[in-house]
Ligand binder design. Structure first.
Ligand code: SAM
Length: 317
């Protein structure tokens, strides 16, 4: 599932990449691309049974707005890289629309992984999470009680992580979801109807506020491609600090070496680059080297599905 090419030609400094970047920097063209991206995403998702617009209607309640207030950490200072338009939302992740659409967008994303197979969005989502967790099981610590999901968004990754380990370790399993967007956290808390998650924390993954050695597993699920490399490096250092000896940082994200990603049609990679400002930096960044530089003792990388790779890095005993 990988090629010898380290990254797609449409990322980095190649000619194709520079032409695409120029188009994105043209305001009228960029506005058109953003509108198009939204329409294509919503139409495709609903055609495949993902209740996109209904989900947004259902989530928009007065109770949700109260959750926002209760979850917001007023002392938090947002990093500059986070306060930019993202995913075609002018306020990036810091708005209700981004939070209400996050779950349907996540379900639609999983469906794109296995286009040849007639599977439901629920089955695709379960398979995506399972493929990640299988790598973590194989290369992570044997005993997992305390887990931290960095960039948890609306909690889909947090709940799947928790439900994977909780039945084995119950009642000891304790899982925390952390995100920079209080809007995402409000939706996450509402989705966590049974209160399975110990805490939803509004903080930067670079400075979680947890004590040294608090967790057995830290995850970054589909977060790194949204970050400049300096942020990823800072998060790796923080993850190492809060992990116990022998603990693991598990990352799943787009695989630059995936033939599917490398062969994305121009309209798709242009849309992707126009709505994810740190794409180029992600696709040209050596995550394994960064993990070593941060002080992780070992790491493995597995192409866990046709589009994504899972990395599991261990802290020394
Ligand atoms: C694509 S979403 C993650 C999806 C989720 N983990 C999943 O697998 O379904 C990326 C999330 O990372 C959050 N994020 C980005 N930078 C962050 C940072 N420095 N610290 C904490 N959260 C961050 C965003 O607010 C967003 O909710």
């Amino acid at each position: 599932m990988t090629t010898t090419k380290l990254k797609p030609d449409w990322a980095g400094d190649d000619l194709l990449s520079r032409v695409v970047n120029r188009a994105i920097q043209t305001p009228a063209l960029y506005a058109l691309m953003k509108r198009q991206a939204r329409q294509v995403m919503i139409k495709t998702a609903e055609k495949n049974g993902v209740p996109w617009r209904q989900t947004c209607i259902d989530l928009d309640t007065p109770k949700m707005r109260q959750r926002l207030e209760a979850l917001t950490n007023p002392a938090l200072v947002y990093p500059d890289y986070y306060q930019v338009p993202f995913h075609a939302y002018s306020e990036g992740n810091l708005c209700w629309q981004a939070a209400f659409e996050a779950a349907p967008a996540t379900y639609a994303m999983a469906l794109r992984i296995w286009p040849q197979e007639a599977i439901s969005w629920q089955a695709a989502q379960a398979r995506l999470r399972q493929s990640f967790l299988a790598v973590l099981d194989a290369h992570g610590p044997a005993q997992v009680n305390d887990m931290l999901d960095l960039g948890c968004s609306v909690g889909i990754s947090t709940l799947s992580l928790h439900r994977h380990y909780a039945p084995r370790n119950s009642p000891a399993a304790r899982t925390v979801g952390l995100d920079l967007s209080p809007y995402m956290l409000a939706v996450a808390q509402a989705q966590d109807a049974q209160g399975e998650i110990a805490q939803w924390v509004h903080a930067a993954a670079e400075a979680t506020g947890f004590a040294d050695g608090s967790f057995d597993v830290v995850t970054m699920q589909f977060v790194a491609h949204e970050l400049p490399r300096t942020a990823t490096q800072a998060i790796f250092a923080e993850a190492l600090r809060v992990l116990r000896p022998g603990g693991a940082l598990a990352i799943v994200d787009n695989n630059p070496q995936s033939p599917v990603i490398q062969a994305l049609p121009p309209v798709l990679f242009t849309l992707m680059k126009s709505t994810e400002p740190w794409s180029d930096d992600y696709y040209t960044f050596d995550l394994e080297a960064a993990l070593r530089a941060a002080g992780f003792e070992s790491s493995v990388t597995v192409p866990s599905d046709p589009r994504h790779r899972t990395l599991v890095a261990r802290k020394g005993e």
